[in-house]
Ligand binder design. Structure first.
Ligand SMILES: O=C(O)C1=C[C@@H](OP(=O)(O)O)[C@@H](O)[C@H](O)C1
Ligand SMILES: C=C(OP(=O)(O)O)C(=O)O
Length: 430
């Protein structure tokens, strides 16, 4: 399914931010790793969170769900002897479960998205699992991957954080369940460090004790711990909301988003500060962001690694700013659903934006007068490319047709419904 985005000068209205994808996947996992019954209120509904639901159910968790909550009885440290798992296109779900699969005799992760997740590298985690004595069969570090767990005991592990923080998070979920104590040392930098803060927060809520160094590069984890069954409440999602806020910033707008906590550990809450630095009129109080866009934005420089899943939306806003913006320290955007530097900038250029790339930077020469539009956009299987190009389409001179826009459902199935509710001219077409 494609979406046609027709230029829309004005957005107005109020929406409830969707629930956080990253917290939902984590709460589902820690609930599955507990032995009793946990309740998660307001879990996200998207392809990625559904992938975690499906996999923990295959691994033996019992799940009951209604409109408000999901009730999970976990399998503790004894997952069912499942042969195959399908994580869809969800990187975090795959990486977290590759580690948990070490508790199973043999599990194969299938390759359902050969052109997206199928291209992403997992070598660093494979290497760390190897240090625990776990055998991993793979195709040059990529899917399909078979994990032969045996019975890892714990011990000293190193993991590279240069490509993704998800490898470290995966080891942090596994090691408390092992018989012996573990020590993890992160090598070569740690990208998306803020997301590890979310992992540690959720582990603590689940009753797990981890000693982490202040720089998040060293960890001591006691073995033989048990995840406690708990009640969790999922907060609003900043990465998805970043695209809605960027849309409000590039138009004449009066847009209010609820459920966005000021003190959230999501790095992508930086979208609010970035838009403020771009001189977009907005307020953020009591979990409510209110944007009154006037279409004028100023360029800025920003360390994108602090808000990895909001960078594409920030770049989309910068396309219309006065001056040249620079988003640096973003190399690991190349290892996401697509190469979010080269592939994304190609699509932006097609739409008429003036952008340049370096290995680890995106540079945007703003065009406050608007971009041409009138072209077809390749979504590259990437929900964040789809959302960001939608923002650009709202202020183009002619409509954009975003091919295969249904992949937006990876994280934000109702993105276009939300934009429509704000008055955006967006239409699904076959
Ligand atoms: O741990 C997580 O849930 C995530 C970590 C980040 O990935 P990287 O650590 O690979 O940057 C982020 O981009 C992804 O959407 C979710
Ligand atoms: C990169 C993302 O997710 P994942 O790595 O879990 O596939 C994302 O949500 O933008």
């Amino acid at each position: 399914m494609d979406v046609i985005v027709t230029p829309t000068p004005k957005l107005q209205g109020e929406i409830q931010a969707l629930s956080s994808k990253n917290y939902t996947t984590r709460y589902l996992l820690v609930a599955a790793l507990a032995e009793g019954t946990s309740t998660i209120y307001y879990p996200a509904h998207s392809e990625d969170s559904d992938a975690m639901r499906r996999c923990i159910s295959d691994l033996g968790a019992t799940i009951e769900e209604d409109d408000e909550k999901i009730v999970i009885t976990g399998f503790g440290r004894h997952p069912r002897d499942v042969k195959e798992l399908d994580v869809g296109n969800a990187g975090a779900v795959l990486r977290f479960l590759m580690a948990i699969a070490a508790l199973c005799p043999e599990v194969t992760f299938i390759n359902r998205y050969p052109d997206s997740l199928g291209k992403r590298p997992h070598d660093d985690l494979i290497d760390s699992l190897g240090q625990l004595g776990v055998q991993v069969e793979h195709r040059e570090g990529k899917l399909p991957i078979t994990i032969r767990g045996g019975a890892p005991k714990g011990g000293k592990i190193t993991v590279s954080g240069a490509v993704s923080s998800q490898f470290l998070s995966a080891l942090l979920f596994l090691t408390p369940l092992l018989e012996e104590d573990s020590e993890i040392e992160v090598l070569n930098d740690l990208k998306s460090k803020v997301v590890v803060g979310q992992t540690l927060e959720v582990l603590e809520q689940a009753g797990i004790v981890i000693e982490a160094s202040e720089d998040l590069m060293h960890y001591r984890i006691k073995g033989g711990q048990r995840y406690e069954a708990k009640e969790y409440v999922v907060q609003g999602d900043y990465p998805g909301s970043a695209a809605v806020l960027a849309a409000a910033a590039v138009t004449q707008s009066d847009v209010t988003l609820h459920r966005l906590m000021e003190n959230s550990k999501q790095g992508e809450r930086a979208i609010v500060d970035v838009l403020r630095m771009m001189e977009v009129p907005l307020t953020h109080e009591n979990g409510i962001v209110h944007v009154q866009g006037n279409g004028r934005l100023k360029a800025l420089e920003f360390d994108g690694d602090k808000a990895t899943d909001a960078v594409l939306a920030m770049v989309a806003a910068a396309v219309f700013a006065e001056g040249t913006s620079r988003f640096y320290d973003v190399e690991n955007l190349r290892y996401k659903e697509c190469d979010r530097i080269t592939d994304y900038l190609n699509e932006l250029r097609k739409a008429g934006a003036n952008v340049e790339e370096k290995r680890d930077e995106i540079i945007v020469h703003g065009r406050p007068e608007g971009v041409e539009g009138g072209v077809e956009i390749n979504a590259h299987y990437d929900h964040r490319v789809i959302m960001a190009l939608t923002v650009v389409g709202l202020r183009a001179k002619a409509p954009l047709r975003i091919k295969d826009a249904h992949h937006v459902a990876k994280s934000y199935p109702i993105f276009f419904d939300h934009l429509k509710a704000l008055g955006a001219n967006v239409e699904w077409v076959e």
